[in-house]
Write a protein of this length. Structure first.
Length: 157
């Protein structure tokens, strides 16, 4: 069992359950079946509960991997922080570009840098994800939810 994943899953499920309990009085749908004030809180809280319990269940089933001696020697606390800090720095640099070059190009750049540069996943699936994730989220938010996103020079408003 991977204890950290198990406890993280349980804490996530408890936080989701508390949010779900807190949102119990909010209506799911408003007039004319449009999403009401409880629509997203209840869905997101339910997902937190589900995913937290899933993580805990997976952690119970998995056996901990044997750590390599070489991996432990190179894995100092500072070295382990390089990837998360790198993601924060890249996000901090690319986020302001959204207003300049638009949502899709900025997010493609963000996903490419994270996958290719930080995670070092250099394959076709990473390239496909770098294009499909920003396009899918743009379509979802800009067209389905009618939330305006910066379009930039490639997609004039």
């Amino acid at each position: 069992m991977r204890r950290m994943d198990f406890y993280t899953g349980l804490v996530t499920a408890v936080v989701g359950a508390a949010a779900l309990w807190d949102a119990r009085g909010l209506k799911m749908f408003g007039e004319h079946n449009v999403p009401g004030p409880g629509f997203f809180p209840k869905i997101l809280a339910g997902l937190l509960v589900f995913l937290g319990l899933l993580l805990a269940a997976i952690a119970l089933r998995e056996k901990p991997a044997e750590p390599d001696a070489d991996e432990d020697a190179a894995s100092t606390p500072a070295r382990r922080m390089l990837r998360p800090v790198g993601v924060l720095v890249v996000f901090g640099v690319i986020a302001p570009l959204v207003a300049v070059i638009g949502y899709i190009p900025a997010m493609v750049l963000l996903v490419l840098v994270v996958l290719y540069g930080i995670e070092r996943r250099r394959d076709f699936r990473s390239l496909l994800a770098a294009v499909l994730i920003p396009v899918a989220t743009y379509v979802l938010f800009a067209h389905l939810f009618a939330i305006p996103l910066p379009s930039g020079p490639l997609l004039p408003a």
